[in-house]
Design a protein around this ligand. Sequence first.
Ligand SMILES: Cc1cc2nc3c(=O)[nH]c(=O)nc-3n(C[C@H](O)[C@H](O)[C@H](O)COP(=O)(O)OP(=O)(O)OC[C@H]3O[C@@H](n4cnc5c(N)ncnc54)[C@H](O)[C@@H]3O)c2cc1C
Length: 339
Amino acid sequence: MNRFEYVSPNSVQQALGLLSANWGDAQILAGGTDLLALMKDYVVTPKRLVNIKQLPGMNAISTERDGLHLGALVTLDRIADAALVRRDYPELAQCVDDAASPQIRNMATIGGNLCQRPRCWYFRNGMGLLPKTADGKSLVVEGDNRYHAILGNEGPAYFVSPSTIAPMLIAYGARLRITGPAGEREVDVEKFFRIPTPENQREHDLRANELITAVIVPPAKGLRAASYEVRQRASFDWPLAMAAVALQMSGSTVESARIVMGAVAPVPWVSLEAAQSIAGKSVDERSASAAGEAAVSKARPLRHNDYKVKLAAIAVKRALLVATGQAVPDVHNIKGGAA
Ligand SMILES: Cc1cc2nc3c(=O)[nH]c(=O)nc-3n(C[C@H](O)[C@H](O)[C@H](O)COP(=O)(O)OP(=O)(O)OC[C@H]3O[C@@H](n4cnc5c(N)ncnc54)[C@H](O)[C@@H]3O)c2cc1C
């Protein structure tokens, strides 16, 4: 690991003063479960680490008039265990509880989870977010792309967005509160993620001198929601494909749906096709399957990842069935087997 300066500010204003407009100069440290691994591998080499764990007011879980407020420093295990979250947003609690391992959830913060960097092995080996061959072709397209994107992969980005919590937050219509030198702003979690085009652009709409202070989840009364992950193994792992759904129901009919896929695109992928497919219908094997197929109708698999198309369709189908209280095989994981 390179040498770095370590600072531990006591206020948000102090923290902002210690950040820089350039990513390489300073980096925010929260739980450190992602950042420190990248630093040890020399993928990220900040000159200064700004530890934000002492910042006041970013550690609370509360309900306000506009919904659930999660301070950016709230750890994943606290979200999963919070009585308030379990009561009013049980599917969010479940989704958070499915992420990573107990040890990691104990350290990892919700702000860090949304800003964690892609797991793409080219990126993690120091070849950049948009790795290229010597003659300018995409290394991902030419190389081993078995875990890469099947949607939103027109280039130049082929990595997949890693957070399994972001799709659920987007399905709920959550927003982020961000503070920086120009003051405070709010952005929908959906719009926070973006597909980078130049190599120096991040996959998030966050400037190097800004920090996330809170996540706000609107009231979810009356919504039927669920997430479903398809993983290679049942213990801690990122999924091969996942889906999060939030349904507004009128009796047994879906009035409107938010369907968001994870691990399939460089951003959490909101599927309007799937939402349209299920709207006006009741959820059963047939309509859920059709929505799953609609969700992947525009997929463009790479050379080694066409298996993900089917897994993503299954994830959408099963999330819809779970949201409406129907049984699916082995909720949250499949270890092979029929759709
Ligand atoms: C074995 C393993 C399995 C995992 N499985 C999953 C999984 O299934 N699903 C999943 O979603 N994740 C998974 N993760 C990732 C894990 O959830 C993240 O590493 C963690 O949430 C990051 O949070 P942190 O507080 O440790 O962030 P840090 O490592 O401290 O920071 C991560 C990034 O976020 C930035 N950052 C942190 N906080 C803020 C803030 N408030 N404002 C602006 N920028 C900020 C940092 O500068 C850094 O770039 C897994 C990790 C491991 C190691």
